[in-house]
Design a protein around this ligand. Structure first.
Ligand SMILES: *Cc1c(COP(=O)(O)O)cnc(C)c1O
Length: 410
């Protein structure tokens, strides 16, 4: 008899996005003429930058001739992509990360889950609340937690609550932890961490021999020049942090698939016997065994984002979404809704009006405005009473959804 991984059975049955889908389908079946606008799931809507498209077309042509054909590439990624990343994303910001510390992948969600392959099973794990659900669910699947309680919190995880008092930037844990997930700019709250905040985490990790898993998927959306784009802008971070990045949101690669993970060479983990082991070597071993590299065509497309033309087009794309974010933020504030984020991140996090629960506000917006957002409680117990709207949409849809929301709330 084949046994299953019973940890999967601990995951909550009514998972957030399927439940949203169920309610939206039920509503549109009952109201077939309603034109629903989706500001819910964090997926991009605009086409790829022209420089990226051109590079991908050329890469397909390379595949069409024996002389330029590519088979398996390096599992770690091609140098033609790793080198410009090291130069533009790190050296240009004064960060010393070499190309061979950068591992190219098919996306950062995958890497942030896969990283658990190289980590032990008895780490004490700190997770922000609200949080990107992948960090929690991958630890549940790996057997690092007990069961969930009524509020959805899993036994064995250390939850760090974000709230209005700390501006949704959780404080350091009051108990010792070994593994810390940080995501800045944050999904779902759209908030950012200052250099001082990140220095606090790096100092904590160094003092406690902890590891920070830093998700920088939204770094391209930072507009405030004082906000760090990388954890490695903090002195000493190379000894305590792994960073995940993605081309999904910056150049619209959610469907194309490309990301990267930075594992510094001096980063060490510890065996139960107290021996130090290189995490760079373990990740390299893991990727070489379980991954065969991101596609050549895709990596050529990502590399084009680092040309002068590509950089300007990426800026244009980011600015387009951030104008949407500004419209959402300003419009909602005008009708008295308290909003967070939306300045350095493409998400606006709002307090639900009239103290409605997250799901009651979801139902109100869906039924009255035909607008779909994401209930904050789906991101964790501390998200109850809050709601996320995404700036990933056309200008017209953002403007129309605001007008409809004003009619319901204004
Ligand atoms: C969108 C997103 C990513 C990107 O994931 P990919 O697999 O690269 O598409 C990573 N982290 C967070 C928090 C995200 O919202």
């Amino acid at each position: 008899m084949v046994q299953v991984n019973e940890n999967f059975l601990k995951l909550k049955a009514g998972y957030l996005f399927p439940e949203i889908g169920r309610r939206v389908t039920a509503f549109s079946q009952a109201n077939p003429s309603a034109k629903i606008i989706r500001l819910g799931i964090g997926d991009v809507t605009e086409p790829l930058p022209p420089a990226v498209i051109k590079a991908m077309h050329q890469a397909v042509d390379d595949m069409a001739a024996r002389e330029t054909f590519k088979g398996y590439g390096p599992e770690q990624g091609y140098a033609f992509l790793r080198e410009p990343i090291a130069e533009h994303d790190f050296a240009a910001r004064g960060i010393d990360i070499s190309a061979d510390e950068i591992f190219i992948s098919d996306g950062s969600k995958c890497d942030s889950g896969n990283i658990l392959d190289i980590l032990g099973s008895s780490n004490r794990i700190a997770i922000s609340d609200p949080v990107y659900p992948v960090y929690v669910d991958t630890n549940v699947m790996a057997g690092h937690t007990g069961a969930a309680d009524a509020s959805g919190r899993f036994e064995g995880l250390v939850y760090l609550p974000g709230n209005e008092a700390n501006n949704f930037v959780p404080e350091l844990p009051s108990e010792p932890v070994d593994l810390i997930y940080l995501c800045y700019p944050n999904n779902p709250t759209g908030t950012v961490a200052t250099k001082e905040t990140l220095k606090g985490w790096v100092d904590y990790a160094r003092a406690n021999n902890a590891l920070i898993l830093f998700d920088a998927a939204y770094e391209a959306f930072i507009s405030d020049p004082t906000i760090p784009h990388s954890i490695f802008e903090i002195e000493g971070a190379k000894e305590v942090a792994i960073e995940f990045r993605s081309f999904s949101k910056s150049i619209g690669f959610t469907g194309v698939r490309c990301g990267l993970t930075v594992v510094p060479k001096q980063l060490m983990g510890t065996t139960p016997a107290g021996e130090k082991v290189s995490l760079h070597q373990l990740w390299n071993r893991r990727q070489s065994t379980k991954f065969n590299g991101a596609s050549y065509v895709v990596q050529k497309g990502a590399a084009a984002a680092y040309t002068a033309e590509g950089q300007a087009q990426m800026r244009g794309l980011v600015d387009f979404y951030m104008t949407n974010a500004r419209l959402l933020r300003e419009g909602l504030s005008k009708v008295g809704i308290k909003v967070f984020g939306g300045v350095n991140a493409p998400y606006v996090w709002l307090r639900t009006p009239k103290n409605l629960s997250s799901w009651d506000f979801f139902d109100l917006l869906l039924s009255q405005a035909h607008v779909v957002g994401t209930p904050g409680s789906g991101f964790g117990a501390a998200g109850e009473g809050y709601f996320r709207l995404s700036a990933f949409n056309s200008r017209q849809n953002v403007e129309e959804s605001l007008e409809r929301i004003f009619k319901v709330i204004g």
